[in-house]
Design a binder for this molecule. Structure first.
Ligand SMILES: [Fe+2]
Ligand SMILES: [Fe+2]
Length: 478
């Protein structure tokens, strides 16, 4: 708001709260008319959003494809069997849509003569690599039994519990594998949509409540989205969705001695502080919130939407959409539809620890782990890579190929592309914790990956320095 607009408001008998000095007003007469119609003599940010930029936007919407509604299941053996059967069957369907010729069950293969060519859809229950790395031995299973498979000269990365098609020849009660087909995602064509620029912002790991929460940078973000900062304001004006991908608060008792690093020591207080920031975001932008391992819920995945007991105030936001972790939705603006898969990212750490070449956990390592997930069509392919709830349905199977796969948790930023699907990891809003220091983890702080819905082009904005600027590290063009 400029000086002239302030004077016009004063001359119309309207007092102004300092909270709205950063907002951008293009139609001052329209604003004054609606203030008068509603008998408003004092204008603060809440009243401004209610009256000026509408209740919520009607030209954008969120269509749910997959969302866990919070059903509970006990971790007993029968439930695990059902869970793994569901996972196997869902992935089997995906594999059969790629190749269904000549498929045999393992029971059939056992009865076939030596040297037969065989092909089967199997779950890999264990993988061991010979000491000289000349071959890999796998225990494989399907609904009819188990068997062994041996791969020589393989440079394929095969991981426990992946479901794949193996194609090979039977010798001495094992299958000597010629090739492996992964369920993998489909190629997404880069299609230009018939809409104007419309942007999605990706934030995660805000960790509100921590002493290390980067409050000034988050404040800068709120100012920017309200048009109060000139750099890249062309993007700010056209943001339609903000994706908040878990670890919204720092939580309590998440890691040893965390209380020493907490500025707010109760969950409700932490969510209330987040609410005060989010309430200042223009109401025509839809904010999608989901949980991570620091939020107030069980750690086993899938995690339900935010708990109203703690996040009561957030539920007052008319532009907020509450979803589970993970979820899959279509983000819609006009005729444009973007399929978004969102997952907080807990299993990524497991693979970074398990696979020696990814232990650096830099942007490229994270990108490669995200590719493993997409190739496996599962967000936590190996059992033990995250804690799971054995529900009758496996919500972590990736049934539809997304336009964007967004994750967080690692506190690193990344924007890249794999087979036409945009890969996003959305940094964090917390300086290095003592826990991260102990493990040599250096977070990327206050970066926001941005995707244009029109053509899926992407960039990363940096809110940490004096100015909002483009951040190049972690950005890879496809
Ligand atoms: Fe986090
Ligand atoms: Fe996390």
């Amino acid at each position: 708001m400029d000086e002239n607009q302030l004077n016009i408001l004063f001359s119309n008998g309207i007092l102004v709260d300092s909270s709205i000095k950063d907002v951008n007003i293009s139609d001052i007469d329209g604003l004054i008319n609606s203030l008068k119609e509603n008998n408003v003599g004092f204008l603060d940010i809440n009243t401004f959003h209610k009256l000026y930029d509408g209740e919520t936007s009607t030209d954008s919407s969120v269509e749910i494809i997959k969302n866990y509604e919070g059903e509970i299941s006990e971790a007993k053996p029968a439930n695990w069997v059902n869970y793994f059967n569901d996972r196997f069957n869902r992935l089997k369907m995906i594999l059969m849509s790629k190749d269904r010729s000549g498929l045999l069950s393992l029971a059939n293969i056992k009865n076939m003569p030596q040297s037969s060519d065989v092909k089967s859809i199997v779950m890999v229950s264990s993988v061991s690599i010979s000491p000289v790395k000349k071959y890999t031995v796998m225990d494989i299973e399907d609904n009819t039994g188990s068997y062994k498979a041996i791969i020589t000269n393989s440079n394929q990365e095969i991981l426990e519990d992946q479901v794949v098609i193996i194609n090979g020849r039977k010798y001495n009660d094992a299958i000597f594998v010629k090739d492996i087909t992964f369920p993998d995602i489909q190629m997404k064509e880069k299609v230009k949509q018939e809409i104007d620029d419309a942007f999605i912002l990706f934030l995660s790991d805000i960790h509100v409540g921590s002493k290390l929460f980067v409050e000034d940078a988050f404040e800068k973000f709120v100012k920017w989205i309200n048009g109060g900062i000139p750099e890249y304001s062309n993007i700010a004006k056209l943001v339609k969705f903000i994706v908040l991908n878990g670890d919204l608060i720092d939580g309590i008792g998440v890691y040893p001695d965390q209380e020493k690093e907490l500025a707010i020591t109760d969950l409700k207080g932490q969510y209330d502080k987040l609410y005060k920031f989010l309430d200042r975001i223009p109401k025509n932008i839809k904010i999608i919130l989901s949980q991570g391992n620091h939020d107030a819920t069980h750690i086993a995945e899938p995690q339900p939407k935010l708990d109203k007991t703690f996040a009561e105030n957030l539920y007052k936001l008319k532009n907020a959409v509450f979803l589970s972790n993970p979820y899959q939705v279509n983000l819609i603006v006009g005729k444009s539809k973007i399929n978004l898969l969102s997952y907080h990212g807990f299993s990524i750490t497991y693979y970074a620890n398990k696979i020696p070449k990814y232990t650096k956990m830099d942007a490229e390592d994270i990108e490669n782990i995200m590719k493993i997930q997409l190739k496996s069509r599962h967000l936590a392919p190996s059992h033990g890579s995250t804690q799971l709830m054995p529900l009758p349905r496996d919500y972590l199977v990736i049934e539809e190929t997304p336009d964007i796969y967004a994750t967080g948790h690692i506190h690193k930023t990344l924007a890249s592309i794999y087979k036409g699907t945009v890969l996003i990891n959305s940094s964090c809003w917390q300086y290095q914790t003592s826990y991260q220091k102990k493990y040599g983890m250096n977070p990327d702080v206050a970066k926001i990956p941005v995707v244009n819905m029109r053509d899926k082009s992407f960039q990363i904005l940096d809110f940490l320095g004096d100015k909002v600027q483009i951040y190049k590290k972690g950005l890879k063009e496809g």
